[in-house]
Design a protein. Structure first.
Lengths: 467, 334
């Protein structure tokens, strides 16, 4: 018994580790692909060279991030089977086809348009190149669409039946499966998170170069664009997050109880616990700082509405409260800071100090990784909050794992940790080196060297031949 | 009469796996042989010859894995835990090899280390693919709907033999690719390599072929009993004929034929594998029909596959066409 628990815990840590690493890369490329499309669109529209300089500056970074996303994604496509075999068998008939669509889309995108976008500017003409850039942005969106549909189905399963061997099978229309109840909210919230992640990275790079020289034209442009995003989208994200939360309350109330730290049920309005230390053994939050009745007001839009707590749920159906409680606060806290930075930038813009305020630039620099951290914290909130289930309410995590011995999983986990930190560490160092150089006018395009993410498009050679 | 979509999907997955084996096979092969090429123009040329295509080649691996989950979830759920150690090693090796490709050029100060990573990653990935194949062929312990063996069950003399066979075969493909794509010194070196890798690969094929019928009685009956032997005999006969042709064309100085014939021998081996396993997807315990997903899922996916797979193939063909001809140290262009 002890052994199986160990193997299970190790498998969970391994999945969490590899998926967290993987998730960071698409979180950047989704937003960056759209940013590149906007830059190229503005360049075509206005003819201002600064947009093309920025395009060339960021496309080099995009290529490296995309490559790391692809490499870490290959691992994910096998890990469902190696470590979560029972889940794969039971859920395969539902999630398999959705993931197949993701693979086909990603494959087509990679084979088709990425190479043109990276290398093909001189070869295919401006219009077709812009189309390729738009297709890459669309492709990253479609990839996210399918993966988030799978994830949402695991959170709020619909449209299925259970067959005689215990598999989840489609019961009717695939649309019921794809557009399950939490999917639209999760898609909107996650895509917006990806855009914000990119905006804050772009803003921090701009801030870094403005701190060194506030006259740099391209740095000014990227900083300004990023902070428009922050000012407009960060508040929007808070609204979307609220809608997603209300949807979770409807379909996965136990997750919300853990997020809120509500161990007890409240019949006359539940308090909003701002901070405190969840104590699952005693079933209470120690040292809680709370606002009376505010949680009912937020979640039910009525101060006096009753709200059930974890005491209404059997112990073996509760998620680990502390992780969910804290990761949720990290996400919300960062979200608020993002909105504050957005407001600050509006103020500075109005005062005419957007490009000279050292305080603003330092703030933006520190906030550079905030999107990445918030994305991970949000992901942990929703995934750990789903526990102890892989398919909410239907299949337990403990019953989903492969029949593997603990030493096998322990060995692979160590290997993944070492290889990922070495390989992706090298990649991150390379990206930071690219970011440390200021963008300048007449920015060079992609170096004509083999690039993993160039796909099989022969455009690189064509470009070289034309040069 | 309704069309058996399960058979169609079995062929689609088999096609994806074969596409992966031959396409990533030759670029893994060049990695396996990497330290045989002197540092400098020859080594750069060898790598440049695969630079534009290797990534697309590897994507078929994702299609194979994702496709297996989608079309045959039970097989995916049984086979992957059984092959846990070789698969994890293969994935990590591919990660290393993939980034080595890029960092070799971007980080010249550590080129030597990235070269070792490239060669080591290629070797381990190829070897583990062969081990996985051997482990599948020799049989997997299944109870109910799950793998029921230990985490070393894959390890046997037979799986080590198939591991080394795949390494030899990929290296041969890589050498023949270089004969086709390069000139002068590097080409002569590749031809010399193929001169001993060819016989080595054929010896490995023979050893695996001779051992296979004795793994399971079903294999034995299919390959070595009357009248079944009549139907399957063309496979080994064609292997022998192609091998003779391969040897003659290599000695005659042909540039393209050795590669084509090696591909054909790979195809024959793959066919032989299919003959041994059919209609099982996990030998002797799970058939393709046991493992298949629902008909609704099969139809749903077939729509997507029917649109994208031809596009992907067209693209791939175009890429290879554009990169036809000889490669030099600084790429396909002057």
């Amino acid at each position: 018994m002890f052994d199986t628990f160990d193997a299970l815990l190790l498998a969970r840590i391994q999945f969490a580790f590899t998926v967290s690493f993987h998730f960071l890369f698409p979180a950047i490329t989704i937003g960056l692909a759209s940013y590149l499309a906007v830059l190229e669109g503005l360049w075509l529209k206005t003819g201002k060279s600064v947009y093309m300089d920025l395009f060339r500056y960021w496309v080099k970074i995009f290529a490296v991030v995309f490559a790391m996303g692809v490499v870490s994604g290959i691992v994910m496509s096998y890990q469902f089977g190696t470590n979560w075999a029972v889940f794969s068998d039971k859920a395969g008939p539902i999630i398999g086809p959705l993931m197949a669509y993701e693979v086909l889309t990603a494959f087509f995108l990679e084979a088709g348009f990425l190479g043109v976008m990276l290398f093909g500017m001189n070869r295919v003409g401006k219009r077709l190149h812009f189309t390729a850039t738009l297709m890459v942005a669309l492709g990253t969106f479609i990839s996210a669409f399918w993966i988030l549909s799978v994830n949402s189905w695991m959170q709020t399963p619909t449209g299925f039946a259970i067959n005689e061997v215990g598999q989840f099978v489609p019961a009717g229309s695939w649309l019921d499966i794809i557009f399950n109840p939490s999917f639209p909210y999760r898609l909107a919230h996650t895509m917006t998170a990806a855009y914000l992640t990119t905006a804050f990275i772009v803003g921090a790079v701009g801030a870094w170069h403005l701190l060194k020289d506030h006259e740099t034209v391209a740095a000014r442009k990227m900083f300004s664009m990023a902070l428009w995003m922050a000012a407009i989208v960060a508040p929007l994200q808070i609204v979307l997050g609220d809608m997603h939360g209300l949807n979770t309350l409807e379909h996965q109330p136990v997750k919300v109880m853990a997020m809120e730290g509500h161990y007890q049920s409240h019949t006359e309005g539940a308090p909003l616990i701002l901070f405190g230390i969840p104590n699952s053994a005693q079933g209470r939050v120690d040292y809680a700082i709370e606002i009376p009745k505010a949680s009912s007001l937020i979640l039910k839009h009525d101060m006096h509405a009753p709200l059930a707590g974890l005491d209404s749920v059997p112990v073996d159906e509760r998620p680990p409260v502390a992780i969910v409680f804290w990761s949720f606060r990290v996400m919300v806290g960062l979200g608020i800071l993002m909105a504050v930075l957005g407001l600050f930038s509006l103020w500075a813009r109005w005062r005419g100090t957007l490009y000279t305020s050292k305080l603003l630039h330092r703030f933006a620099l520190v906030m550079g990784p905030s999107g990445l951290i918030a994305v991970l914290a949000g992901w942990i909130t929703t995934e750990v909050g789903r526990q102890p289930w892989t398919i909410h309410g239907l299949l337990r995590t403990a019953q989903s794992a492969s029949p593997l011995d603990a030493p096998a999983v322990a060995a692979s986990l160590v290997a993944f940790v070492i290889v990922y930190f070495t390989v992706f560490g090298a990649g991150v160092v390379y990206i930071l080196k690219l970011m440390a150089k200021p963008p300048h006018s007449g920015e060079a395009g992609m170096p004509n060297i083999p690039v993993r993410s160039a796909g099989i498009t022969p455009a690189s050679a064509l470009e070289g031949a034309a040069a | 009469m309704s069309i058996d979509l399960t058979v169609i999907w079995a062929f689609i997955i088999a096609f994806a796996v074969f596409a992966y084996v031959v396409m990533d096979g030759f670029d893994l092969g060049i990695g396996i042989l990497f330290n045989r090429f002197p540092v400098g123009p020859e080594r750069d040329t060898a790598m440049n010859s695969i630079a534009p295509v290797w990534d697309g080649n590897e994507t078929w691996l994702v299609l194979g894995g994702g496709g297996l989950l989608a079309a045959f979830p039970l097989a995916y759920a049984v086979v992957l835990p059984a092959l846990y150690a070789p698969l994890v090693a293969m994935l990590l090796a591919l990660v290393f090899r993939g980034v080595a490709f890029e960092f070799r050029w971007r980080d010249p100060a550590h080129r030597q280390a990235w070269d070792v990573a490239f060669q080591g990653g290629s070797f381990v990935a190829a070897f583990m693919q062969g081990v996985a194949l051997g482990a599948l062929l020799q049989g997997i312990t299944v109870e109910g709907r799950a793998y029921a063996g230990g985490w070393w069950e894959w390890l046997s003399p037979f799986s080590l033999l198939t591991g080394l066979s795949v390494v030899a075969g990929y290296a041969l493909l890589g050498a023949c690719w270089l004969i086709l794509k390069t000139e002068a010194g590097l080409q002569a070196r590749a031809r010399a390599l193929a001169g001993w890798l060819g016989p080595l690969t054929l010896a490995a094929v023979a050893a695996v072929s001779l051992a296979t019928p004795f793994l399971e009685t079903a294999y034995f009956e299919r390959w070595l009993t009357w009248p079944s032997i009549l139907w399957v005999a063309p496979v080994p006969i064609l292997v022998a004929l192609s091998s003779l042709l391969f040897w003659r064309s290599l000695k005659r100085g042909d540039e393209g034929l050795p590669f084509v014939l090696t591909l054909f021998i790979f195809f024959l081996c793959f066919t032989g594998l299919g003959i041994s396993m059919w209609p099982y997807i996990v030998p002797e315990s799970i058939t393709i029909w046991d493992a298949a997903t629902t008909r609704s899922g099969q139809i749903f996916m077939l729509v997507g596959a029917a649109i994208t797979v031809p596009l992907i193939l067209g693209y791939t063909g175009w890429a290879y066409w554009v990169f036809r001809g000889k490669v030099k140290a600084d790429g396909y262009h002057g």
